[in-house]
Design a protein around this ligand. Structure first.
Ligand SMILES: NC(=O)c1ccc[n+]([C@@H]2O[C@H](COP(=O)([O-])OP(=O)(O)OC[C@H]3O[C@@H](n4cnc5c(N)ncnc54)[C@H](O)[C@@H]3O)[C@@H](O)[C@H]2O)c1
Length: 215
């Protein structure tokens, strides 16, 4: 099999992408990009990657990559994805896909035009629990599934409070659509309805009143 050259943009959770790609025998992590010089240098050293870029677009232009992984704040998913597809790379993009449905449709259209694949990292779909439930559903153990419900309760702590995660312009809506919708869809076959119960968000109203940097 051809050795696939991968570039990763965004080195928060993206560092985990680098780690997992690094373990695959047919993959070379060829380049990394992040405007945070500390994260960039440190990941470059740990995984022996020399091609380091402060600008992800520059990496896409220069490196001729087979695959680009986009793991930046949500607001940048669309533009990096479309640039990578146009440059002839397949794309693994973090969830949520984009800020809204319009941007997502643009990404899909770019993938079709380029004849390349785009995969969104709905990682919960590959969790042992979700896969086990899917197996039962596929085997008919639950009969015809027409409704699914997922509940995610986070009792304390807002991840990234004051950072991009709590800014609507950068996140597009925060963790509610991110966590629950992606998990709810897993075992429920199309076109059944996945109901999503969002409890955790109630407490955010209080946080919003008491913290700066939270939209
Ligand atoms: N699949 C999952 O379970 C999972 C888990 C966590 C995060 N995520 C997703 O991964 C993405 C990143 O989240 P995170 O938790 O790693 O955030 P983070 O803030 O820890 O890391 C984001 C990184 O992107 C870099 N960055 C910021 N602006 C950039 C730009 N314009 N171009 C390139 N890099 C830029 C930052 O310097 C930072 O290193 C988000 O879309 C998030 O929703 C998915």
């Amino acid at each position: 099999m051809k050795n696939l050259r991968v570039g990763v943009i965004g080195l928060g959770i993206g560092r985990g992408h680098v780690r997992e790609f690094h373990r695959l025998p047919d993959v070379t992590v060829a380049a990394l990009a992040d405007p945070d010089a500390g994260r960039l240098e440190s990941a470059g050293q740990e995984f022996a990657v020399n091609a380091l870029y402060a600008d992800g677009f520059e990496m896409i232009r220069q490196e001729g990559l087979d695959i680009v992984a986009v793991a930046t704040p949500n607001a940048f998913h669309r533009d990096y994805t479309i640039a990578a597809l146009r440059a002839g790379s397949h794309v693994l993009c973090e969830k949520p896909m984009a800020l809204n449905a319009r941007e997502s449709a643009q990404m899909l259209a770019a993938a079709r035009r380029a004849g390349k694949r785009i995969m969104i990292n709905f990682s919960f779909r590959f969790s042992p629990q979700a896969l086990a439930l899917k197996k039962e559903v596929d085997a008919g153990a639950l009969g015809e599934v027409y409704f699914g419900r997922t509940v995610w309760l986070r009792r304390r702590g807002v991840p990234g409070l004051g950072g991009w995660f709590s800014r609507k312009a950068l996140s597009g809506g925060g963790p509610a659509p991110l966590w629950n919708v992606s998990f709810a869809r897993t075992p429920v076959p199309e076109p059944a309805t996945a109901g999503v119960l969002l409890i955790a968000w109630c407490s955010l109203c209080v946080i919003r009143r008491t913290h700066k940097g939270f939209d």
